[in-house]
Design a binder for this molecule. Structure first.
Ligand code: BG6
Length: 476
């Protein structure tokens, strides 16, 4: 008997802004991803003030799935995918975010896409907000600093819930909602919350305020979605990268514990419906006086999620700064400690398959909810040799992680719903804006400079994953 349950959701994951292209087609508005330039591992992406002539914006065309979706869905079906995770680009439905009426052409595009998936028996798994909010909501309202964003998001979610109530069952609210707290850098604040630091701003306070509004919005749409269709499964979506202490020094242990708390308190709110005690104390000490009303607290309690979706790429090592004895809040530098026991990817991400089993156990112990691994994969350089792409490194990465998933299910009793490797088809990297940082099992002929025919080719990993799915994970 196979380790994975019958109906296990083997699939692939992407996000609208990273692969659709068609940035101005069908009445789409400008999203925050449309104002981010291409970078690389050493050159951060720039967030420009609107669209600037002469800049390279890789998400504008991406891999042009918008015009290739039939061909691509056919390949997904050939791979045997049971589900396909993507997001609905908010700006296709509400181009500016604050309109009264949705854009019919945008709604029609997702009808067409979902019909095409369902034709092959592929279940859509949909993220409502994946780093692509309307740019207008940033320039006019200050992003998620503003409580008004709750209403705009609820309206957007309600429209798509109603429209696709018979086509989509699995939803997630905010992609990797916890990046902003874990990393606190410009990229994560902008992609999560549409926040650009203003001079003199207490950016940490703004981050907590924005996060609160997002969680209220998330809890509201969980309740609305369940009313629209009681069969909906609506999940949280976390970036899961466990923090390990750098040494047996209790300071390092406390630091890594606090790093876990500071990264995963979102799950406390979204799964348990309330803020953890340590964080309320922290808000008090900082004298933040956040706008968290009693009505908000009721909403949070009533809008807990059905499952936890999460991404897993890497673990992290955390080291306490010298003499630290009180807060143990981590800064980026405290979390960028190398792990001498493990290899890294070409982009320096620690490769740690056992960390995935640890994450599955940790989340189960803490929240006791079904789990869904909605992103995992290796960003790597690929080469085309005589029309073929041999990617044994990617197969090894995925195989090693699936083995740990199997142990978590079989030995640890974790309730796992599915597994959707990230970037099932090559796409634009969110972090660096590159095309050559490839995750796909399907190759797309396009490079960092934006050159290429957009022709699709199957990598070796395509055939391998096909056999994994066909055997329900037995044949690795
Ligand atoms: C997650 C995101 O952070 O990781 C994806 O949800 C992203 O959008 C993925 O693409 C991999 O990160 P990157 O920076 O390599 O694209």
């Amino acid at each position: 008997m196979s380790t994975f349950p019958k109906g296990f959701l083997w699939g692939g994951a992407v996000a609208a802004h990273q692969f659709e292209g068609g940035w101005q087609d069908g009445g789409k508005g400008i999203s925050i991803a449309d104002v981010m330039t291409a970078g690389d591992n050493n050159k951060p992406r720039q967030i420009t003030n609107g669209i600037k002539a002469g800049e390279n914006y890789p998400n504008h065309e991406a891999i042009d799935f918008y015009h290739h979706y039939k061909e691509d869905v056919k390949l997904f079906a050939e791979m045997g995918l049971k589900c396909f995770r993507t997001s609905i680009a908010w700006t296709r439905i509400f181009p500016n975010g604050d309109e009264d009426q949705p854009n019919e052409m945008g709604l029609q595009f997702y009808d067409n896409l979902f019909d095409e998936l369902l034709k092959y028996g592929i279940e859509p798994v949909i993220t409502l907000s994946h780093f692509e909010m309307p740019y207008h909501l940033v320039t006019e309202y200050g992003g998620w600093r503003n409580r008004k964003l709750i209403d705009f998001f609820v309206k957007f979610a309600t429209v798509v819930f109603k429209r696709y109530r018979n086509k989509v069952k699995y939803w997630m609210t905010f992609n990797e909602i916890n990046n902003q707290s874990g990393m606190m850098n410009d990229w994560s604040l902008f992609t999560n919350s549409g926040i650009l630091k203003q001079s003199g701003e207490d950016i940490r306070r703004s981050m907590y305020q924005a996060s609160h509004y997002e969680m209220v919005a998330s809890a509201l749409v969980v309740q609305i979605g369940h009313k629209i269709n009681p069969d909906f499964q609506i999940g949280a979506m976390l970036a899961m990268g466990p923090a390990y202490p750098a040494s047996p020094d209790p300071h390092d242990m406390m630091k890594s514990e606090r790093a876990m708390q500071a990264n995963y308190w979102y799950a406390d709110v979204q799964c348990k419906g309330k803020y953890p005690a340590w964080l309320l104390k922290y808000f008090e000490r900082q004298q933040y006086n956040l706008d968290i009303t009693l009505a908000d607290q009721d909403i949070l309690r009533a809008g807990t999620v059905d499952y936890i979706g999460f991404s897993y790429y890497a673990s992290h090592v955390v080291q306490a700064s010298k003499n630290e004895t009180v807060d143990f809040m981590a800064q980026d530098a405290d979390t960028s400690i190398p792990n001498p026991t493990l290899p890294t990817s070409d982009w320096g991400w620690i490769i740690d398959p056992i960390g995935l089993r640890y994450a599955l156990n940790w989340l189960t112990d803490r929240y006791d909810l079904p789990l869904f691994i909605v992103e995992n994969g290796l960003g790597a350089f690929d080469t085309v040799e005589a029309g073929q792409i041999h990617d044994p490194y990617r197969i090894t990465y995925l195989r090693d992680h699936i083995k740990q998933m199997a142990l978590a299910v079989k030995i640890d009793g974790v309730r796992l719903m599915g597994y959707t490797p990230w970037g099932i088809i090559d796409l634009v990297s969110a972090g660096t804006g590159q095309m050559d940082k490839r995750y796909g099992l399907i190759y797309v002929d396009k490079n960092d400079a934006g050159e290429g025919s957009l022709h699709r080719m199957k990598k070796d990993s395509f055939k391998w994953f096909q056999q994994v799915i066909a055997s329900n994970g037995d044949n690795l």
